[in-house]
Design a protein around this ligand. Structure first.
Ligand SMILES: NC(=O)c1ccc[n+]([C@@H]2O[C@H](COP(=O)([O-])OP(=O)(O)OC[C@H]3O[C@@H](n4cnc5c(N)ncnc54)[C@H](O)[C@@H]3O)[C@@H](O)[C@H]2O)c1
Length: 445
């Protein structure tokens, strides 16, 4: 079974390499020539742990090729859609034009039986619309079935999540659909290992993905809303989260109060979910997601205000070290990154901002060229009046606070992710600040 993967970004490049690793013959197609050139040279155009070796292994044994020529994909019979579905300009809705474009480009080349497996995150109803479009484009030449198999991978764990997913969701148009057998063959290894497979209609499969992201976003914003009340009441949100987390119905994961969520998925997916619900007439169903979004966005402003207050009420002339600018650790992705937004706002507020991230520097520099980008942790800390922990990379958590104190001008730390060992930093002479927790000041004696 030959496979094409259409769109070779974070999702598609990983999926293409993993499918080749599982033994399939794969062609990855993208319109971005630079990306295809990098992938063809065996280089991953983004940071994803473990992806490089499997990509090169698959290319060396001839199972994986990349091209910008979509007609090459017509030699495959199974086509995964992994193109982007960003937020549309001037609207909350998802821009699904790339999904349509890629099928408009592919289908005229097809003959015989083909299965299109959508992985991109799309508004409910998209797959049914695409099936009608594809039927028209294919005419009598080809029989093309569209099914939807939403992707749940996490950047930073993308290889593991692709090869051993925690569930496989498949939306098909009819129970007897041949796509089901195709998908079962593709994921035979995961299915043999006991991975649950949920087979539904197209609309349900599309909804599973956006509902999952809306739930995760809501859980994060819930604890961040509680964090706001903790600050007003002098309580500690981390202790609240720990205590809540012992309740098995709630669980501790995604209850870390802090700077909130960002990245290429959660923010745009909750907005697209609201927009689509409105189009379907379910206007009131998801209005709470507006609040989820608003709580999340005000975390960024709030962190800037906390830093300002820690610095004595003004950012002007303050040297601020921002640790991390990726939207989360183990990724170089800065799309809608809360950390980078905070670094930018501090700079615009008059501070001298120096940023260091183990992987995301080039991507950040392209978006925010006016910040100072340090070459390592030592340089970023050097002469700082305030250190902001913005992305919870392990190397920042492992910093020795005593050593760090010798590098800065003033030992003040603002933990935007509630991850550092507060008592250790306090003991090393730092004044320690966070979101949703009382500040700790070293005794003057
Ligand atoms: N990144 C994730 O963690 C993740 C997880 C689950 C789902 N998703 C979903 O997967 C989709 C892709 O996300 P991503 O993060 O990989 O985005 P991305 O921007 O990294 O990659 C999208 C790729 O599609 C390519 N593309 C656009 N139009 C094309 C066309 N007409 N033909 C061929 N290629 C085209 C772009 O050049 C780009 O390389 C989105 O719908 C996203 O919501 C992403």
């Amino acid at each position: 079974m030959d496979i094409s993967v259409l769109g070779t970004g974070y999702l598609g490049a990983t999926h293409a390499a993993c499918m080749a690793e599982l033994g399939f013959s794969v062609v990855g197609v993208d319109i971005d020539e630079a990306k295809i050139a990098a992938l063809s040279a065996g280089t991953t155009p983004f940071y994803e742990p473990g992806l490089g070796p499997i990509l090169r292994r698959a290319m060396d044994n001839g199972r994986l090729v990349f091209t910008t020529d979509i007609s090459v994909a017509a030699r495959a019979t199974v086509h995964f859609i992994a193109v982007g579905t960003p937020q549309a300009k001037g609207s909350f809705a998802a821009d699904t034009s790339a999904v349509e474009q890629v099928l408009r480009a592919l289908v005229p080349h097809l003959e015989g039986d083909h299965v299109v497996i959508g992985k991109s995150t799309v508004p409910v109803g998209t797959a049914a619309h695409l099936q009608a479009m594809v039927d028209e484009l294919a005419g009598d030449r080809a029989n093309v079935e569209v099914c939807w198999n939403p992707e749940f991978l996490r950047e930073g764990y993308a290889v593991q999540d692709t090869i051993t997913p925690d569930r496989i969701v498949l939306g098909i148009s009819q129970p007897s659909s041949p796509a089901r057998e195709v998908v079962e063959k593709l994921y035979a290894q995961a299915l043999a290992a006991g991975t649950p497979m949920i087979v539904t209609d197209l609309a349900t499969a599309e909804l599973v993905k956006v509902a999952a992201n809306a739930f995760l976003a809501t859980k994060i914003s819930f604890i961040n809303a509680v964090s706001e009340v903790c600050e007003a009441a002098g309580a500690d949100v981390t202790a609240v989260a720990d205590a809540l987390g012992h309740d098995k119905r709630i669980g501790r994961r995604f209850l870390n109060a802090g700077l909130g969520f960002g990245g290429g998925c959660l923010p745009k997916d909750i907005r697209a979910f609201m927009a689509r619900a409105g189009e379907l007439g379910a206007n009131e169903a998801l209005t709470f997601l507006r609040e989820v979004d608003a709580i999340n966005m005000r975390r960024r402003d709030h962190l800037v205000q906390v830093v300002k207050s820690v610095c004595g009420g003004s950012l002007i002339g303050q040297n601020i070290a921002v640790l991390g600018c990726a939207f989360k650790p183990h990724s170089d992705d800065v799309r809608d990154s809360p950390s980078l937004a905070v670094a930018g706002a501090l700079s615009l507020g008059g501070a001298e901002v120096s940023v260091y991230d183990p992987q995301a520097m080039d991507n950040a520099r392209a978006i925010f060229p006016t910040l100072h980008y340090a070459t390592d942790t030592q340089e970023v800390l050097s002469g700082a009046d305030c250190v902001v922990v913005a992305t919870e990379w392990p190397e920042f958590l492992e910093l020795d606070p005593s050593e760090a104190a010798t590098m800065v001008r003033t030992p003040r730390v603002v933990d935007g992710r509630n991850v550092i060992d507060r008592q250790a930093w306090l003991a090393a002479g730092w004044s320690v600040h966070a979101l949703g927790r009382p500040s700790l000041e070293p005794s003057s004696s």
